[in-house]
Every structure is written in structure tokens, then in C-alpha cells.
Design a protein around this ligand. Structure first.
Ligand code: PEP
Ligand code: MN
Length: 273
């Protein structure tokens, strides 16, 4: 970590044909969990139609309760593979265990390391042995410095392709699921070479707060966003309370484009894999 006044050069990370950390702003969107092939396909189509660049979808879910839906597992990977091909869109899925790397490697364009695994150094070391991009979410109680050091476990292994994702931290506040730390975003931009994106869905856990926090994230200098969307949020198998429906997501993208115009930072083109 440096504290000099000089900004370190940003590492540009290629996710499929989408560059994160470059001149363009990038939007990742999709459901919290892949629920079925049809569900993932229609959600991906809506994401793409509204201008999202990368599709997300959880397959192995780390849920607070063991009784909650745990994801489709390996069946979900096969679905992700087909939907990725059909939509020609890069895809990011959360990896929860180093033993999954082989199964994930040829399907996803980027590994997601979730908040609960930010301190899983054996997973980070293994991901450092690949060249595939890693989106490292901030641990919900992690200091910025611990988060940056976690990223270093991946880069020290020889994989420079790390994107940081601010997803809110636990505070005393209960109205929101987490507390979005936008100062962390500005700090990362000023003091490290990592691209940084913001996940206002998990950071707020409140559907109506996602749009304003998405706009604020862009203004704070984030390189992109991660947004959870669902065709029928009230019946989602996970995190429905914080999912935008397709119309709400489209409205978010419209408003975002106004901010991006002002910032002179165009949205990345909808790219192919
Ligand atoms: C997710 O992206 O669905 C997720 C579980 O996020 P986090 O690890 O930030 O809680
Ligand atoms: Mn989620």
C-alpha cells in the first residue's frame, strides 16, 4: 500500500472482452442465485438488453442458515455454461472452495470470492495460481488494509487480475443490511492499482436505496457496479428483498448513463465473451 500523492497505475482486468479499470464503466448484473435454466436465461437477456456487460449468478451459495437454499451446485454450472454461450456474455460466479477450481475454470470468465471467504487464504492462494480474473469482495468486518492484503495473496501467486468489490461492512445500523463504505472506494482508487466496483445490493439490502447508491458509487470513482436483478423479486430463492425487477434495473441504467455522461466515463459496450 502506498500513501504517496501520486496515483498508482490501475491494473486493467479483462473479463471476456470487457475491460474493468479502463476508460469505461462496467455493470455486472444478474440474479443472486441461478434458479433454473429458464430463469437465468431470461434474467441474462434482460441484463443485456438494459446494457449490462457481465452476467452474474450464484451457484454454490454461502447462506447464513444451513436451512436456506444452497444453490444448484454442479447442475448450476452446466446451466451457466449454456446461458453464457447463448447470450455471448462473460459470466462471474462465486467459488466457495479451492476444490471447485477445475469445474469452474472453463465455464466462468471471472471467479467471485464472497465476503465470507475474503479471509480464506488457501482459496486465494489457489486462485493466484490461475490467470483468470478474481473479483474479491470485502469481508463484512474487514479493514481496508486487510482487504488489500487479501488481494495480495492472489497477486503474489502470479495472478495480477484482481478486482475489488465493496459490498458494505457491518455496523451498528440496522435499517440497512450493511453500511456502504464509499470512502473505501475513493481510498482504493487513490492508493492502490486495483480496479474497484461497488455492490449496492448487498451494501444496502434495501431495494429503494440501490439506485441512489449506484449513482453515488459512480460519482465516487468506482470502475463499475454489481447489481442483483430478478424477474419476480418477491419470489426469489435468495436475496429477493434487495433484487431489482427488470424495469427497475432499466431505470437504474438510464439514470446511471446521465451520471456517466457528466463524468465523461462511458458505459462499456455490451461485449461478447
Ligand atoms: C452474493 O454476491 O450473492 C453474495 C453472497 O455476496 P457477499 O459475499 O458480498 O455477501
Ligand atoms: Mn445475494
Amino acid at each position: 500500500m502506498t500513501n504517496s500523492m501520486e496515483k498508482p497505475a490501475v491494473t486493467k482486468v479483462e473479463v471476456g472482452q470487457v475491460t474493468v479499470g479502463g476508460a469505461n464503466f462496467v455493470v455486472i448484473a444478474g440474479p443472486c442465485s441461478v434458479e433454473s435454466e429458464e430463469h437465468f436465461l431470461i434474467t441474462g437477456q434482460a441484463a443485456k438488453r438494459s446494457g449490462a456487460n457481465i452476467l452474474r449468478g450464484g451457484i454454490f451459495k454461502l447462506r447464513t442458515s444451513p436451512d436456506s437454499f444452497q444453490g444448484l451446485g454442479k447442475d448450476g454450472l452446466a446451466i451457466a455454461k449454456r446461458v453464457r454461450q447463448e447470450l455471448a456474455m462473460p459470466i462471474v460466479c462465486e467459488i466457495t472452495d479451492p476444490r471447485q477450481i477445475g469445474d469452474f475454470h472453463d465455464i466462468v470468465d471471472m471467479f467471485q470470492v464472497g465476503s465470507r471467504n475474503m479471509y480464506n487464504y488457501s482459496l486465494l492462494k489457489e486462485l493466484g495460481q490461475t490467470k483468470k480474473p478474481v473479483m474479491l469482495k470485502r469481508g463484512f468486518s474487514a479493514l481496508i488494509e486487510e482487504w488489500i492484503l487479501a488481494a495480495k495473496y492472489v497477486t503474489d501467486g502470479g495472478n495480477p487480475n484482481v478486482i475489488l468489490c465493496e459490498r458494505g461492512i457491518r455496523s451498528f445500523e440496522k435499517v440497512t443490511r450493511n453500511t456502504l463504505d464509499l470512502a473505501a472506494v475513493a481510498y482504493i482508487k487513490q492508493n492502490t492499482s486495483f480496479p474497484v466496483i461497488v455492490d449496492p445490493s448487498h451494501a444496502t439490502g434495501v431495494r429503494n436505496l440501490i439506485l441512489p447508491m449506484a449513482l453515488a458509487s459512480a460519482a465516487a470513482g468506482a470502475d463499475g457496479l454489481l447489481i442483483e436483478i430478478h424477474p419476480d423479486p418477491d419470489n426469489a430463492l435468495s436475496d429477493g428483498f434487495q433484487a431489482l425487477d427488470f424495469k427497475q434495473f432499466d431505470q437504474l441504467m438510464d439514470k446511471l448513463s446521465l451520471i456517466l455522461d457528466t463524468l465523461n466515463r462511458p458505459l462499456a459496450p455490451t461485449a461478447v465473451v
